[in-house]
Design a protein around this ligand. Structure first.
Ligand SMILES: Cc1ncc(COP(=O)(O)O)c(C=O)c1O
Length: 397
């Protein structure tokens, strides 16, 4: 007789997500004036992650007009996919042929891209380090071989562009390379247009397959500006993939809204690619959740809602940039190289701080961040920047 619990007991123990643990610790901390720099979401000056006004209006419109909740199919809503593609790739898609499927968030899009790559295991995927914690997990979970290129020097707060280009020179033709389009998580590091041109040259020369993770469009320099580097590379590449997340740009986190786009040479090859993406969708979650995509499609198709959305996104970016500059100026007094934080973009920066000191900072001053030292500058109010940085300063290397 087998024990009924044997199956579950035989499973590997999974570590709890450290960021979720941090959120729980923060919530349990009774100290007033505690500061949460660990969150991965945008916060306004009152510490909230609000529903955007255009999103509320679109939801209202949908509530009044939506007359069915019937299935939409594994590819998702073509109207959403077309409208979002215009936003991401611009009018005319940079002269490229584009096709895609709607996905449950950016993570869903990355997972589908990983599944597609894993069909041809001779391909390796190159991932920059450090990167978003989930990247390695997603690509290794489909059994892909992973190569790393060093991307960022924390101690200098600088992109290791020469090292990165050197590693990519060694990549085999057909290998995939993961890039973050803007607002790099966790470093905030921004590549220059010249950097992107150099990357585009290697991609074209070596026949590499770029995979862009675009999760923060509009939160770095602006809606179009954030895509400029990616477009430079896409124009040079024969084929590419782009995983788009609407979680941050539309503040739709829990609605799980995103898309996986393919860029290819012909309609026939794109249709084949989309067919494969849809088939993976069918066997995992069948079809993507509809509500968030319906909101995005409603906003992007209506000029006044689109303007309200992009204005609010602008104000989120401006607030984040102001705090970033104040943080950089304050840190610069402790360590001059930390003034480079001011040249970075998006919500995140990576502090050179040991995990022990992260814990001390939490115990001594109720300032919360993950062991990696990633901070979300949008977690601060402008008036508290000076005092908080003064407390963190002595703990950084
Ligand atoms: C770089 C990066 N890619 C993708 C995602 C995934 O976003 P989503 O919540 O849409 O799955 C995130 C979320 O934090 C991210 O930071």
């Amino acid at each position: 007789m087998t024990d009924a619990t044997t199956f579950l007991d035989g499973l590997a123990e999974q570590k709890p997500d450290p960021l979720l643990e941090l959120i729980a610790k923060f919530a349990d901390d009774p100290r007033s004036g505690k500061v949460d720099l660990g969150v991965g979401v945008y916060r306004d000056e009152t510490g909230r992650t609000p529903v955007m006004r255009a999103v509320k209006s679109a939801e209202h419109h949908l509530w009044e007009t939506q007359d069915s909740k019937s299935y939409i199919g594994p590819e998702g809503d073509p109207v959403f996919l077309r409208a979002l593609a215009m936003e991401v790739f611009g009018e005319g898609h940079g002269g490229k042929q584009v096709a895609g499927v709607q996905t449950p968030g950016g993570t869903g899009a990355l997972r589908l891209a990983a599944e597609l790559l894993a069909q041809q295991r001779k391909r390796k995927i190159w991932i920059g380090t450090p990167t978003w914690v989930n990247h390695h997990a997603i690509f290794s979970s489909v059994g892909l071989q992973i190569g790393n290129y060093r991307f960022f020097d924390i101690g200098k707060q600088a992109v290791l562009i020469d090292e990165m280009l050197g590693t990519l020179q060694q990549a085999a033709p057909g290998d995939a390379v993961l890039f973050q389009a803007s607002c790099h998580n966790p470093t905030g590091a921004a590549l220059s247009q010249q950097n992107w041109r150099d990357i585009a040259d290697i991609v074209a020369r070596n026949g590499l397959l770029p995979l862009f993770d675009s999760a923060y469009q509009g939160l770095g320099r602006g809606l179009q500006q954030d895509m400029a580097g990616m477009m430079t590379v896409l124009e040079a590449a024969d084929e590419a993939m782009v995983a788009v997340s609407c979680s941050k740009s539309f503040s739709l986190y829990r609605e799980r809204t995103g898309a996986a786009y393919l860029i290819g040479g012909s309609r026939t090859s794109l249709n084949k690619g989309v067919g494969n993406l849809a088939s993976y969708a069918r066997t995992s979650y069948s079809m993507p959740p509809a509500h968030g995509a319906a909101i995005v499609a409603t906003i992007l198709q209506n000029p006044s809602l689109r303007k309200a959305w992009s204005d609010e996104l602008d104000s989120m970016r401006i607030r984040t940039t102001e705090i970033r500059r104040a943080v950089a100026a304050a840190f610069g007094k402790f360590r001059p190289y930390l003034a480079h934080i001011g040249n970075q973009e998006g919500m995140f920066s990576l502090l050179p701080i040991s995990p022990d000191n992260v814990r001390r900072l939490r115990a001594d001053h109720a300032i919360y961040m993950p062991d990696s030292g990633r901070i979300n500058v949008a977690g601060l109010r402008i008036e508290e920047v000076g005092a908080v940085v003064e407390q963190i300063g002595p703990y950084v290397i």
